[in-house]
Write a protein that binds this ligand. Structure first.
Ligand code: PGA
Ligand code: ZN
Length: 435
């Protein structure tokens, strides 16, 4: 390329995420400008890259990000300015070298990711490309024709539990997956109709229709089965067929109920203490009763033995997704592949901290025959980068919350725009072909 725009400046500021907690926004400038905002988890895995918080109790209860902001505005800016903006791998390598730690604890993964993403968005603008096109062009599949674009099947979290709500349910997310839709916008319509039908059903039963962190309802229910029954009723009353048009998925986020070597959760309406084998038997029961095609974090982040057992038991029947287990980390994924653990990886940019590492792990998963699901965090912003990542890297699935709250819907809306823009140059990953 003849024209190689250079990074002129970086500017970070403290803004708010969807939970009202501070997060970082970074503006990168060359001849143009682009900005990116960083999300934040609640049920974070302990192997994630470090999110740097100030710890000053006088500001935002210790959650301020002034230190991360200052790292961008000073030390990172000094190192990166003058670098060519379209060399993402070199930019990210410079960030990693500057930090020098395994978990990005010196500069903060939030500072690093904000810069990494803002630079990539800026490069897309400089090249006159949409962000997803740019990501596609720098991915390992850049030689492929653009007609290979894949629009992801959305996993929509319509009942929130666990650390995201006060519903009393241990499972964090109960999702509907309109994989039988003919295209992306119909999948969105189906999801929204089911969401509104569920709202009506809850109201009729005198249950609250307020929503949790990811925009799903959070009623107090006696059991997970009661929650799944309500979702099944909503699917049917919205005139869709569960198991054909719409499937179910769970994020158990089992770290949160793994205590002293046991899983403590509500089974059949009663609190129980079980081992990984009994937990697998419970999941198996649920899979038989409901059209569940995917379970995320069915075992805890360091319960590798439990994961091996679950994969043997359930891995041929359903998708088993590692979120807190793999933390978008190539080394942990490599161990998983080696030990035959899970068959899919959840992709969260801020778990690892740079765009390059995230794209590499998606590629690594593809080569190992694992599915990738691009995901939001429970604390989100209006940034829509993950919509572009899912299309640019052809992951086939995206998990970005319910059909309410602008922080969730922003990603769906961006995908609607991308779908319209691509027209016949994209196909929808649904119709079960990609699941
Ligand atoms: P988190 O939840 O962003 O709070 O970690 C999302 C998930 O567990 O998938
Ligand atoms: Zn998860």
């Amino acid at each position: 390329m003849l024209f190689m725009p250079q990074l002129k400046s970086l500017h970070a500021r403290e803004v708010l995420d969807s939970r009202g907690n501070p997060t970082i926004e970074v503006v990168a400038t060359s001849t143009a400008s682009a900005s990116a905002m960083v999300p934040s988890g609640a049920s974070t895995g302990s192997h994630e890259a470090l999110e740097l918080r100030d710890g000053d109790a006088k500001r935002y209860g210790g959650k301020g990000v002034k230190k991360a902001v200052s790292h961008v505005n000073n030390i990172i800016q000094k190192k990166l300015c003058g670098m060519e903006i379209n060399h993402q791998r070199a930019l990210d390598a410079a960030l990693m070298e500057l930090d020098g730690t395994a978990n990005k604890s010196k500069l903060g993964a939030n500072a690093i990711l904000g810069v990494s993403l803002a630079c990539a968005k800026l490069a897309a603008i400089e090249m006159g490309a949409h962000f997803f096109e740019y990501l596609h062009s720098i991915s390992a599949h850049s030689s492929k024709a653009s007609s290979n674009y894949l629009l992801p099947v959305p996993m929509m979290n319509i009942i929130n539990g666990g650390a995201h709500a006060n519903s009393g349910l241990e499972f964090q997310e109960m999702m509907i997956v309109p994989a039988g839709a003919p295209n992306f916008h119909e999948a969105i319509r189906m999801g929204a109709e089911i969401f509104h039908t569920l709202k009506k059903i809850l109201a009729e039963k005198g249950l609250p229709t307020t929503v949790g962190d990811e925009g799903g309802f959070a009623p107090r229910l006696p059991s997970h089965e009661a929650a799944l029954d309500l979702i099944m009723e909503a699917i049917q009353k919205a005139h869709y067929q569960a198991g054909r048009d719409v499937f179910l998925a769970l994020d158990c986020a089992s770290n949160e109920f793994y205590k002293n070597g046991h899983y403590e959760l509500t089974i059949g309406g009663k609190k129980k203490k079980v081992d990984a084998a009994a937990l697998a038997a419970y999941y198996e029961k649920l899979i038989k009763k409901y059209p569940i095609f995917s379970i995320e974090d069915g075992c805890a982040e360091d319960d590798w033995e439990g994961w091996v057992y679950h994969t043997k038991k359930l891995g041929r029947k359903i998708q088993l997704v590692g979120d807190d287990l793999f933390v978008t980390n190539g080394e942990r994924l490599a161990r998983g592949v080696e030990e035959k653990v899970g068959n899919a990886i959840l992709i969260k940019l801020n778990q690892i901290g740079t765009l390059t590492e995230t794209m590499d792990v998606i590629e690594q998963a593809k080569e190992a025959g694992y599915k990738s699901i691009v995901s939001h965090r429970s604390g989100e912003t209006e940034d829509t980068s993950i919509a572009h990542l899912s299309v640019g890297l052809e992951t086939g699935q995206i998990k970005t919350g319910s059909l309410s709250r602008t922080d969730r819907v922003a990603k769906y809306n961006e995908l609607l725009r991308i779908e319209e823009f691509l027209g016949s140059n994209a196909r929808f990953a649904g119709n079960n072909s990609h699941l």
